[in-house]
Design a binder for this molecule. Structure first.
Ligand SMILES: Cc1cc2nc3c(=O)[nH]c(=O)nc-3n(C[C@H](O)[C@H](O)[C@H](O)COP(=O)(O)O)c2cc1C
Length: 271
């Protein structure tokens, strides 16, 4: 290869990698895609009937059969899948601390596993590069052993619940999401809230622009574990994507850690 060609190639690679490692596109997109109060009614005309599922042309089809309750009986995983549902009915009931520990440990906990011949600490959910950059926060409305307004985190490095803040005004939680702000629903009877938060810049040095996708996917894995644990223990829950992010980050006080909420769950005892 001639010297000039070589120089151009090196320069091209450098500019791609500078672009790839620049956090600006991620932060810009994230900012533009935030849910806001003024966007509240924009999605109302669209129901799932207006936007049909995509019909992919196929060559042949096989039936797997209807998902029935009988075939799930006696298998806790299948029962949890069968009963998982989005349900806004919360009785105001208290979550026992034994349930809280079980839910957090099995949804997000770490455990030692033999990996490539050595013991490594893994978790119950997969993580891009094993960096575990999504933090679960738990906000207490009514749970045994904790005070209303306590903010906790769960740390899978030692499977500990850590109290990080006290005194969050729970009467203001409804201000943070579209359906509750518009008084169509209320969080008042929920027992706890579980937030998935991340620092959007944290893993950019390793994954560049891919980081954004990896963190969203990781939050999804954590959320599904949580869904199944809640379903197995008989709790009602609502996964929430329609929240006012800046307000919620300030309300929780996690903005000072450079973190932002990606997704969250309201959890409660059914009626
Ligand atoms: C990423 C995501 C965001 C969601 N955000 C909301 C939300 O903001 N408010 C709400 O009431 N439900 C929300 N849901 C719940 C969906 O409406 C619900 O999953 C869907 O209607 C299917 O019902 P099912 O969960 O009972 O099967 C969300 C679900 C997902 C996966």
């Amino acid at each position: 290869m001639k010297k000039n060609e070589n120089d151009t190639r090196v320069r091209k690679t450098e500019s791609i990698s500078n672009f790839y490692l620049d956090s600006a596109p991620i932060l810009n997109y994230h900012e533009l895609s935030k849910h806001k109060r003024e966007l509240l009614c924009k999605n109302v005309p669209h129901s799932f009937e207006d936007i049909p599922a995509k019909d992919i042309p196929y060559i042949r089809r096989w039936e797997t059969g209807e998902f029935t309750e009988e075939e799930c009986e006696g298998n806790e995983l299948l029962e949890a899948l069968y009963h998982r549902r989005t349900e806004w009915t919360f009785s105001g009931g208290c979550m026992p601390v034994s349930d809280m520990k079980k839910i957090l440990k099995f949804s997000f906990g770490g455990l030692y596993k033999l990996f490539n011949g050595r013991q490594m600490r893994k978790r119950t959910y997969p993580s891009g590069g094993g960096l575990y950059s999504v933090t679960p926060y738990i906000l207490i409305n009514n749970a045994e052993e904790f005070d209303r307004g306590d903010l906790l985190t769960f740390d899978g490095r030692d499977n500990s619940i850590r109290l990080v803040r006290k005194g969050i005004d729970m009467d203001r939680m409804d201000e943070n999401t579209s359906l509750t702000y518009s008084k169509m629903r209320s969080f008042s009877g929920a027992s706890v809230f579980v937030f998935f938060a991340a620092d959007l810049k944290q893993i950019i040095p390793k994954y560049g622009l891919l980081s954004y996708r990896l963190q969203q996917l990781e939050a999804g894995h954590m959320a599904e574990n949580l869904s199944l644990m809640l379903s197995m223990l008989g709790y009602n829950c609502v996964p929430i994507g329609g929240f006012f992010e800046d307000d919620l980050n300030r309300y929780l006080g996690i903005d000072v850690n450079g973190q932002t909420v990606l997704y969250f769950y309201a959890v409660g005892v059914g009626e």
